[in-house]
Design a protein around this ligand. Structure first.
Ligand SMILES: C[S@@+](CC[C@H](N)C(=O)[O-])C[C@H]1O[C@@H](n2cnc3c(N)ncnc32)[C@H](O)[C@@H]1O
Length: 264
């Protein structure tokens, strides 16, 4: 996902206007690419810590990007967004990208975010697909039914509220913990054929094969499963990514709490 989003990620990070030399925290940093880009944005005097509950991802982040900057600029630790292993008011800003919808105890996490950010600092929540993406141009009814199946699939993991519902209530959650100074910005990624390798890999492997693969089979009718398979299976002669007129649209939303670049 990170490589797919890379051009827009660089732009949206630049538009955050993070102060040079500032200290930041990336909550749920995954394998660390965003943490690296954030650390680059705050310059050589800045410092970013990425926390991630899954030990394997912490190790992957250290291996993948941990050595790319001078010592002290970027560090990865095991940690959970609902129990952040940092003192009160210890960072200037906090970034949480495509993570908050995974945390069922949303309010607990947001109160932790407020605790570790210094007064006057910034909390930035990024969520992809607050609005569903378009990956199957020309097949709106099928894609809508696949999206509905995905919404139903994430109900359990989301504690009875789907990931998309959780993403769409991010603003409400921020306001509920008293974060009033919130701006919302949207970025729309568009990619068209011929797709670059990173784009093709993300759509084929992550969207079509993983997200829309076996785990949706029981949630679709046999006819919809067959139609999805013809368009999405990598070895299908009708695989939509092979079409010369293929394109996709994919939205990213940034909820920015605190002093915005325009206001500074
Ligand atoms: C979709 S990935 C996003 C990773 C990374 N932020 C990125 O943009 O590439 C979601 C991440 O959230 C992490 N996560 C899930 N629950 C979490 C929690 N309670 N606290 C912190 N991170 C969590 C997962 O382990 C996973 O790495």
């Amino acid at each position: 996902m990170n490589r797919f989003q890379a051009p827009e990620a660089q732009r949206l990070i630049a538009e955050l206007g993070l102060p040079q030399g500032s200290r930041g925290l990336d909550v749920g940093c995954g394998v660390g690419l965003y943490a690296l880009w954030l650390a680059e944005a705050v310059g050589s005097a800045g410092r970013v810590v990425g926390i991630e509950p899954e030990k394997e991802r912490v190790e992957a982040a250290r291996a993948l990007v941990g050595g790319q900057l001078e010592s002290g600029r970027l560090e990865f630790r095991q940690g959970d967004g609902t129990r952040i292993p940092l003192p009160d008011r210890s960072v200037d800003w906090l970034w949480c990208g495509d993570v908050l919808h995974h945390i069922v105890e949303t309010q607990l996490a947001l109160r932790e975010f407020r605790r570790v950010v210094r007064p006057g600092g910034q909390i930035i929540i990024k969520e992809s697909q607050v609005l569903s993406a378009l990956f199957l141009p020309g097949h709106p009814e099928l894609e809508r039914r696949i999206q509905l199946a995905e919404i139903r699939r994430t109900l359990d993991e989301g504690g009875g509220r789907s990931f998309q519902e959780r993403r769409q209530t991010t603003l409400a959650s921020l306001l509920a913990v008293g974060l009033t100074d919130v701006t919302v910005r949207n970025y729309l990624l568009q990619r068209r054929a011929p797709l670059g390798a990173a784009d093709h890999d993300y759509i084929q492997n992550t969207v079509f094969t993983r997200n829309w693969g076996a785990r949706l089979r029981e949630l679709l009718t046999p006819a919809d499963w067959d139609a999805r398979s013809a368009l999405c299976e990598p070895d299908s002669p009708k695989n939509i990514l092979g079409s010369p007129d293929y394109f996709c649209l994919y939205p990213i939303t940034v909820f920015h709490c605190g002093s915005t670049p325009a206001a500074r």
